[in-house]
Design a protein around this ligand. Structure first.
Ligand code: NAP
Length: 332
């Protein structure tokens, strides 16, 4: 099988195509022929080894795992002994988390892992993108913000994969949504359902006072300190990007009237991700949720995908297609 592999931290070009023996599924494992896998911020950090704390997860001196990629969609093409949840030919999608390995033609996943059946109505590219953005945005809004209908929510970085999912999910949960992004993506975030849009190059959203019940900085460009006064009393500030300050503020702000929250959704238990994947698949099937796709690239062009992610200005997800070329229109 062909994989996108790297041996040292560096720019997109450190990832190259390599041949590997096809892996065989062991007991309780399935082998997935990967049709689509997202290339996200975590893959960019794992490839470049920056920021420095990424190396705590990816390997201190050199990468521990040669094949990146967590979010996948594909077709089960072999099953190991004892597998009961899946059969050969099933369409599936999910996330391997810290195990990585999805930027490859074949991927081994435990059937007890974060993997569920993929409805025929949802294309492979969309499925991989759902894991990239919505599988993070959903727990942030539901479990971090305890979002209630009528809440005033601001999403910063609303055109990114996490932010675009947050806008759609917050609207669905009954919130009134203000979306912040750059000028090129204002129309996109409006089309996702945002009630109001702010161009971050023209307006500083932190100038507002007591304006929001939830500020979700999906792209991690703000700080709790700067946003605090824009929150209403009892409001919640959420960010996806860790810093020493936010870790401390998460502890110290609990007793106060405005909370700071950081979560690490990729580290959640697989058993907690499974119902979320099922819920998101149902939303995508009904048309209530659709992830924007910035670009699809073939496996051979994976470095180009990394370059787009590195730019920090993609709209939605970048998806690599190790097998086949069906797009969001096709079912397999
Ligand atoms: N903690 C967790 O569990 C967790 C899980 C997943 C991801 N993450 C992190 O979440 C972050 C976001 O991921 P993502 O994939 O959604 O990112 P992304 O898709 O790369 O986000 C890019 C978007 O952010 C917007 N943006 C850039 N600078 C901005 C600014 N100063 N103000 C407002 N918007 C700005 C850009 O819009 P314009 O081009 O229009 O400016 C672009 O559309 C990453 O750092 C990732 O590592 C954390």
């Amino acid at each position: 099988m062909r994989v996108a592999a790297y041996e040292r931290y560096g720019p997109p070009e450190v990832v190259g195509i390599a041949e590997r023996p096809a892996p065989e599924p062991g007991a309780g494992e399935v082998r997935v022929r990967v049709h689509a896998a997202s290339i996200g911020a975590a893959d960019s950090a794992g490839r470049s080894g920056t920021p420095w704390f990424a190396r705590l997860a990816f390997g201190l001196r050199a990468p521990k795992r040669p094949v990146l990629g967590s979010d996948f969609a594909g077709i089960v093409d072999a099953i190991g002994p004892g597998v009961t949840r899946f059969a050969i030919g099933d369409r599936v999608f999910g996330a391997t988390g810290a195990e990585q390995g999805a930027h490859a033609e074949l991927l081994i996943v435990a059937e007890s892992g974060a993997i569920v059946g993929l409805p025929a109505a949802v294309g492979m590219t969309d499925a991989a993108a759902i894991c990239d953005g919505a599988l993070t945005a959903l727990p942030f809004l539901r479990d971090g913000a305890h979002l209630r209908p009528g809440a005033r929510v601001l999403v910063n970085g609303a055109s990114g994969s996490v932010g675009a999912a947050a806008v759609q999910l917050a609207k669905r949960l009954g919130a009134e949504v203000t979306a912040v992004c750059g000028p090129a993506h204002l129309e996109l975030v409006r089309s996702l359902g945002a009630d109001r849009v702010i161009d971050h190059t023209r307006e500083d959203f932190t100038a507002a006072r007591d304006a929001y019940d939830v500020i979700f900085d999906a792209v991690g460009k703000s700080t709790f300190r700067r946003c605090r006064r824009s929150l209403a009393a009892g409001g919640t500030y959420l960010t996806t990007v860790p810093s020493f300050a936010i870790m401390l503020q998460q502890i110290t702000s609990k007793a106060g009237s405005r909370r700071a929250v950081i979560m690490f959704t990729g580290l959640r238990k697989d058993a907690d991700k499974v119902p979320d994947l099922e819920e998101l698949a149902a939303l995508a099937t009904s048309g209530a949720f659709r992830p924007p796709i910035e670009r699809e690239v073939p496996l051979d062009d994976i470095a180009a995908g990394h370059r787009i992610v590195d730019s920090g200005h993609k709209a939605g997800s970048v998806v690599v297609r190790p097998v086949g070329a069906d797009s969001r229109k096709a079912a397999s």
